[in-house]
Design a binder for this molecule. Structure first.
Ligand code: NAD
Length: 257
């Protein structure tokens, strides 16, 4: 049996499957990842959380960058990998979806918000650091486009920040705990489009391995956990998942009722 058949079998036989996605699941939607050539790091150096809090120029730079980066997120549509992951949930073949991504494409593809654990926040919202009011990023983006270099909260005048986790900022405690719990209790853990170099997020597949789960890696380039994978695809996520779903649908349709 080929690797696609093996992957279909793993999904059919798993009772607590978890999928873990990184920036690579969204490159086929036109959103560059961080570390591939031409990725985001080639263009921007990260803005540290402490600088954002202390330095008005760092905040202005954040909103200025958003003028270029946010329209890319806004225009992106889910690709076949996002759509397949949402279909796996509808088929009852997904227990938990952990993502490092901030683009909200899993939810737009139809994954239930309750199933998705966002480790690094979501770029489509902005929050006031003083009164915790929450705004649509698109509305704040329009204010920046109209000339506000550093938009402030229209309710209390407080500092606004996109609800993404900055470098040096603490990861959301509840999301991390839920992700740890799901990883430690799964029987299948599928990595999709992550270089697995950012911790603690990249530690989740290690927790799954310690729980004796089967590990699958779908990534365009090698990772340090490849030798532990039961099945591994060095390929584009959209292609692998489209083919997986074609096979899975046939297998499910031919199963006795
Ligand atoms: P990364 O950039 O470190 O790694 C992405 C991996 O995906 C690479 O190993 C690359 O080879 C692989 N890849 C690229 N295209 C692929 C494809 N079509 N199919 C399969 N694999 C593909 O990304 P990361 O590990 O997710 O981690 C870094 C951080 O980047 C995360 O914190 C995340 O928040 C942030 N990020 C998010 C987005 C987004 O929301 N779409 C985009 C860029 C960065």
């Amino acid at each position: 049996m080929g690797p696609l058949g093996q992957l279909a079998d793993l999904f059919l036989n798993a009772s607590r499957p978890v999928i873990f996605t990184g920036a690579g699941v969204s490159t086929e939607s036109g959103i560059p990842d961080f570390r591939s050539p031409g990725g985001i790091w080639d263009r921007y150096s990260p803005i540290d959380y402490r600088d954002f809090m202390a330095d008005p120029e760092a905040r202005r730079e954040t909103w200025r960058r958003g003028l270029h980066t946010y329209p890319v997120l806004l225009a992106a549509s889910p690709n076949p990998a996002h759509l397949a992951i949402a279909e796996l949930e509808r088929l009852g073949k997904l227990n938990c979806l952990i993502t490092q991504n901030i683009d909200g494409l899993h939810q737009r593809a139809g994954s239930s918000p309750a199933l998705v654990i966002e480790l690094h926040g979501n770029a489509h919202f902005v929050t006031c650091l003083a009164c915790s009011a929450r705004f649509e990023r698109a509305d704040i983006h329009r204010r920046v486009e109209a000339g506000e270099a550093e938009p402030s909260c229209e309710r209390c005048g407080g500092l606004l920040k996109p609800t993404t986790i900055s470098f040096g900022e603490q990861l959301p405690f509840e999301a991390i705990e839920r992700a740890k719990c799901a990883s430690s209790n799964c029987d299948l853990f599928v990595v999709v489009g992550s270089s697995l170099v950012v911790y603690p997020a990249a530690g989740f597949p290690e927790l799954a391995l310690r729980a004796a789960a089967q590990l699958v890696i779908v990534n365009a380039s090698p990772t340090h956990l490849d030798s532990f994978a039961a099945v591994r695809f060095e390929a584009k996520a959209g292609e692998v998942f489209s083919q997986l779903m074609d096979g899975l649908r046939l297998r499910l349709a031919s199963r006795p009722a």
